[in-house]
Design a protein around this ligand. Structure first.
Ligand code: ATP
Ligand code: MG
Length: 562
């Protein structure tokens, strides 16, 4: 093994795939690195795909190679143009570029067909008249060998004639298949004469009605890799058992290059389902608002929720690639999102559960515009002005009439700081007949403008607020996990584990600068979390999504004190 220590920067990720690549480059087995991301266009991309995208495109970038985007479009029944377009947009949004290398497995249909005839000519493939059920019954089990089909020894000329008639449309769907002739007693079931072609009179999104028989995934994938001179064909662990078949095709066909397949563990996330079939079901049964519902683990959903692509790339880097299946805590994803947004999101003031606060000694129609820092983590973000006046809104939860010991916010007689504004002291509480607080009264100290006292006196609480007269009303969508348990479906039906409280909608009051909030761009609502304007916003209607909350120290203290 060569020593690659010098080529490694301290931060370069290390994992078994990168080790293999370094060794292949050092030994000269490959001249450079060519990878691919091969989605099947039968759904939208999710965060598991993002892991694979970051890995494949990341490897190409790190090793000065290239990464192809190849649509694995061999199943016309489930595939749609809509998905082909959305997938490209999502990969670009994640920050990756395939250059000229946008490919489609369907571009290789003619070549694949020719290779199928090549196998027939060498006695390595045959047309089988057994039905799908019969083939399954002949396949055997892990402990028992399979049985050979009565059609297995057809002469090559007869196979060729039948196969050509299959292509010409002479037979109905399912009437015949083309199978590889390998070994019905193989320990690996994938080698027991796998199906290469099935008849399917279906219109393909790209090839239209040109074909009525379609190659299987196994017969398509490796050969497409070979045609594109892919060096490292990286896929998830469930394909490990397919690797001998992948290699069998490469050995038995006159392919232009010899790619190799490597498998890594797929991403599983707590409180999340990542199976396309289940995600489709959530959309079709209207349990979410669509593919881009911010509770969905799709790239679309995450994007609409305000998750920046940098956070997803960071997440992919932190989870790394391994050979062992494991479940990642969704809290790590939240952490990566906060980590990025803490330095990149501008701060704004928004009151999610407003209660009026009247400053009794402030002039009736007084108004001032106070300086507010946009981002304490980033001086370049500058500042903005926020309006202050006699009637404000603060959070209902920031007041307690009879506060416990460690509650440092507003209470009768207590002084707190209103961020960027003044110290105020609570002088009274107004309640309705039901005993609910409807208004708080206070006085302010004009000497504390900007939020500090010249006499050096301290307050323990700092509250956010908005001016009642200037604030805008906004619909705020507070999202929680889509499922109530970390492992949906582990006991019983996964749909029974849907969280009935995964979305709460509140009417908030927000500072006027948020009128210009750009959809998808996250801001921090001070003391609440990160939010972004939803595309449902329009002139005169503001809608925000909660991207992720801030850690709530009060909740932690409460939990500790029981
Ligand atoms: P299907 O069951 O429809 O094949 P799929 O999720 O495997 O679903 P593909 O479009 O075939 O969808 O996936 C494209 C690529 O993304 C594949 O290389 C696949 O291995 C990878 N991938 C899919 N799901 C995950 C996941 N959870 N973690 C990591 N990679 C994934
Ligand atoms: Mg797949």
């Amino acid at each position: 093994m060569a020593d690659h220590a010098q080529s490694r920067t301290p931060d370069a990720p290390r994992d078994f795939i990168r080790d293999i690549i370094r060794a292949d480059l050092a030994s000269g087995r490959v001249p450079g690195v060519v990878t691919r991301f091969p989605p099947e266009p039968n759904g939208y991309l999710h965060i598991g795909h993002a892991k694979s995208i970051c890995l494949n495109f990341g490897l190409a970038a790190e090793f000065g190679g290239r990464c192809h985007l190849r649509f694995d479009d061999t199943n016309p029944v489930k595939e749609e143009m809509e998905y082909i377009e959305s997938i490209q947009e999502d990969v670009r949004w994640l920050g990756f570029d395939w250059g000229d290398h946008l490919h489609f497995a369907s571009d290789y249909f003619e070549q694949l067909y020719a290779w199928a005839e090549h196998l027939i000519g060498r006695g390595l493939a045959y047309v089988d008249d057994l039905s799908a059920e019969e083939i399954r019954a002949h396949r055997g089990t892990l402990t028992e060998p399979g049985r050979e089909s009565p059609y297995r020894d057809r002469p090559a000329a007869e196979n060729l004639d039948l196969f050509r008639r299959m292509r010409a449309g002479a037979f109905a769907d399912g009437a015949r298949v083309l199978r590889a002739r390998i070994d019905m007693a193989a320990g690996n079931i994938n080698l027991r004469d796998p199906v290469l072609y099935r008849i399917l009179h279906a219109r393909h999104p790209r090839t239209g009605d040109a074909w009525c028989l379609y190659p299987t995934y196994d017969f398509t994938h490796g050969q497409s890799d070979a045609l594109e001179h892919i060096t490292h064909s990286i896929c998830t662990l469930e394909f490990e058992d397919h690797r001998p078949l992948y290699d069998w095709f490469i050995e038995n066909l006159p392919v232009p290059s010899r790619p190799r397949q490597y498998e890594f563990a797929r991403l599983n996330l707590t409180y999340t389902v990542l199976s396309k079939r289940r995600l489709i079901q959530l959309v079709k049964e209207r349990r979410v608002s669509g593919w881009d519902d911010p509770r969905m683990p799709t790239v679309r959903g995450l994007r609409r929720r305000g998750v920046p692509p940098e956070a997803l790339r960071d997440f992919a880097a932190r989870i790394g690639v391994t050979k062992a299946n494991a479940t990642v805590d969704v809290a790590l994803l939240d952490h990566c999102i906060r980590d990025h947004l803490n330095t990149h999101a501008e701060r704004r003031m928004a009151v999610l559960d407003p209660v009026r606060l009247v400053i009794e000694n402030y002039p009736e129609d007084g108004e001032e515009w106070l300086d507010a820092v946009n981002n304490p983590e980033d001086p370049a973000a500058g500042s903005r002005r926020v309006p202050f006046c006699r009637v404000l809104y603060i959070e209902r939860a920031d007041f307690m009439e009879d506060p416990p010991k460690r509650f440092f916010r507003l209470a009768p007689g207590r002084e707190v700081r209103l961020r960027y504004a003044y110290f105020v002291t609570c002088t009274g509480v107004v309640k309705n007949e039901a005993g609910e607080v409807v208004e708080l009264r206070a006085t302010y100290d004009p000497a504390t403008r900007g939020g500090d006292a010249p006499d050096g006196r301290k307050v323990k609480g700092t509250l956010h607020w908005v001016s009642a007269r200037h604030a805008l009303e906004a619909e705020v969508r507070l999202y929680d996990h889509l499922f109530v348990r970390p492992d949906p479906g582990a006991e019983g039906d996964w749909l029974d584990d849907l969280n009935p409280e995964s979305l709460a909608v509140v009417t908030a009051r927000v500072e006027p600068s948020l009128a210009e909030a750009e959809a998808g761009r996250a801001v921090q609502f001070e003391r609440q979390g990160y939010f972004c304007a939803d595309p449902d916003s329009s002139s005169g209607r503001l809608v925000f999504n909660r991207t992720v909350g801030l850690r709530d120290s009060w909740a932690r203290i409460q939990a500790r004190e029981g």
